[in-house]
Design a protein around this ligand. Structure first.
Ligand code: C5P
Length: 307
């Protein structure tokens, strides 16, 4: 189900380029464990890419340019795609250029990693185009300079993120298999949550707002070790408290979904998007109706799967 087709107002013009899918992500497990000397936060998170995402096309060009079918997306140098291109040039000394065309589906300010994934798609396209000037490690390092949520998108599957997000480890295949293919409903209200604001509130609520690192690791290890434990048992996000305290529409809906459908829904990342894992017989239309009833008819609602 995708009710957001109306968003695509402007056809993109690229015709002969290479295209890269830029998946959205969910944080199924997100434990912010403390603040670091550099101002960032340490975290332990299980992040999964989705089958839902943006599409980025790249054509050869003299200089770097970007167009997007969504006029709300800035297409100037503030866009992470062009920052990624500049970072690629700085890391490789490559002399070329490229025109990028972005088909935008993932909303901003959602905790779905849309901008970060677009940037990684740009890096991948440029690296492929130049015959792989950057090896996997160098690519990951460049990705980390663009944003804490960028390196995870180089993994193509469920990962554990540590540090500020730049230390990425693929989950073992048998563990990833418990997550891959799961249906998920993603929903976001009309407003977003600013990531720096949310981390700022975490710092203001210290130390209560944090889960000690050892506890986060123990919790994650227990879920990994229990082969029968479904994805639902993993769901955790200690950034919810700060977002829910300010944006009361979020917990109000999640409580309604629990009462009406027995669904455990969580927020992804720093929000404002939330998600619920669906069973084969989940009444998706009725759940979407409840979401729109609570958050308004124009709320973003999309059904997808963990990739
Ligand atoms: O890395 P990114 O640019 O996405 O981070 C945006 C902001 O979120 C940072 O400036 C920082 O305030 C906060 N942040 C953090 N700890 C992280 C990731 C982000 O404090 N692990």
């Amino acid at each position: 189900m995708d009710t957001n087709e109306a968003k695509f107002r402007k056809p993109i013009s690229a015709v002969d380029g290479r295209e890269s899918f830029a998946p959205a992500k969910l944080n199924l497990f997100l434990a912010v464990t403390g603040r670091r000397a550099d101002g960032f936060h340490d975290l332990v998170s299980v992040a999964v890419p989705l089958e839902f995402g943006d599409a980025l096309r790249m054509n050869a060009a003299e200089d770097f340019t970007l167009e997007c079918d969504d006029p709300a997306v800035p297409s100037d140098e503030t866009n992470l795609i062009l920052k990624a291109a500049r970072a690629f040039v700085a890391a490789t000394g490559w002399k070329g250029g490229a025109s990028f065309a972005l088909t935008k589906r993932v909303p901003a300010g959602a905790g779905l990693g849309g901008g970060s994934s677009d940037a990684v798609a740009a890096l991948r396209l440029l690296n492929a185009r130049t015959g792989g000037l950057l090896g996997p490690e160098a690519l990951s390092e460049v990705a980390a300079t663009l944003g804490s949520d960028c390196p995870l998108f180089l993994a193509d599957g469920p990962v554990v993120m540590r540090g500020r997000g730049e230390r990425v480890e693929a989950l073992p295949a048998t563990v990833g298999a418990r997550l891959r293919g799961r249906r998920a409903l993603i929903f976001k209200p009309g407003f977003g949550v600013s990531t720096p604001w949310a981390f700022g509130r975490m710092a203001a609520g210290a130390p209560r707002s944090y889960l000690p690192g050892a506890e986060a690791e123990a919790r994650l290890a227990a879920w990994i070790a229990d082969e029968r434990s479904p994805a639902e048992e993993l769901l955790f996000n200690n950034m919810e408290a700060v977002a829910f305290g300010k944006f009361v529409a979020l917990p109000a809906l999640l409580q309604e979904l629990r009462a009406e459908f027995g669904l455990t829904a969580r927020m992804s990342g720093s929000g404002s998007a939330c998600f619920a894992l669906l069973g084969d017989d989940s009444p998706v239309a009725a759940i979407a109706k409840t979401v729109r009833g609570a958050w308004g008819a124009s709320s973003f609602v999309v059904e997808t799967r963990i990739a």
